[in-house]
Design a protein around this ligand. Structure first.
Ligand code: GRF
Length: 215
């Protein structure tokens, strides 16, 4: 069974989606540890509630960011973690963690990458005026929201949307596609060649683009 480690900085609703998928047995995996870089992250309450080991690692305790990430990698390894899930982790992951888990770190981003990387992807989409946005699960490399795309869901931007309403609509799909991507990984169905992730024996997943109008 796949052993997962989670990194989160805040609310942790994507962390919860993973926990739920595991508890509902949709995902054959176990969450071994939650690591946060923020003592007041609500994700910690979720870990407590579900009896998941949780630790806080304070960047300020380290002379360099690389040392901070080395420590995270060591904690993950010591729990036997095979896949690291970033769930609202507000830092760019550095080499010591990436090298310890090659193509074994996933992230979710609230926009259709490569559009609108970085903070406030939903607001960036609104400000740009796109009509369709969405969310992306991708493998993590050293860039900011770069790395091979695994699955995406398209979500319409509606007239009158605010950052909050669009974020809420996108979040529903985040909670759907993140466990789905982890499931595909756990079943050994993700094949990575360069920047392309092929999903073995799987039709187009997570495509929720509205049906064409009846004629
Ligand atoms: C989500 O919108 C996610 O896409 C982004 O940060 C937010 C985290 O939300 N990376 P939560 O902490 O999972 O509720």
């Amino acid at each position: 069974m796949l052993k997962i480690g989670v990194l989160a900085s805040g609310r942790g609703s994507n962390f919860q989606a993973i926990i739920d998928a595991v508890e509902n047995k949709k995902l054959k995996a176990s969450v071994e540890i939650l690591i946060t870089d923020n003592l007041s992250a609500f994700a910690i309450e979720r870990a407590k509630k579900h009896n998941i080991k949780h630790i806080f690692i304070n960047l300020k305790d380290f002379a360099t960011k690389d040392e901070f990430f080395k420590r995270i990698a060591n904690e993950m390894k010591s729990c036997g973690v095979e896949l690291v899930i970033l769930a609202g982790f507000m830092r760019i992951v550095r080499k010591p963690l990436i090298d310890a888990f090659p193509h074994r770190i996933m992230n979710i981003h609230p926009a259709l990458l490569p559009s609108f990387p970085g903070l406030h992807g939903q607001k960036q989409a609104l400000d740009y005026g796109v009509k369709i946005s969405g969310c992306t699960v991708h493998f993590v490399d050293e860039g900011m929201d770069t790395g091979p795309v695994i699955i995406q869901a398209a979500v319409p931007v509606l007239p009158g949307d605010t950052e909050d309403t669009l974020s809420e609509r996108i979040l529903v799909f985040e909670h759907k596609i993140y466990p789905e991507a982890v499931m595909l990984f756990s079943e050994g169905r993700l094949e990575i060649k360069g920047n392309i992730v092929r999903i073995k024996d799987h039709p187009q997943v997570s495509s929720n683009i509205v049906n064409p109008p009846n004629r």
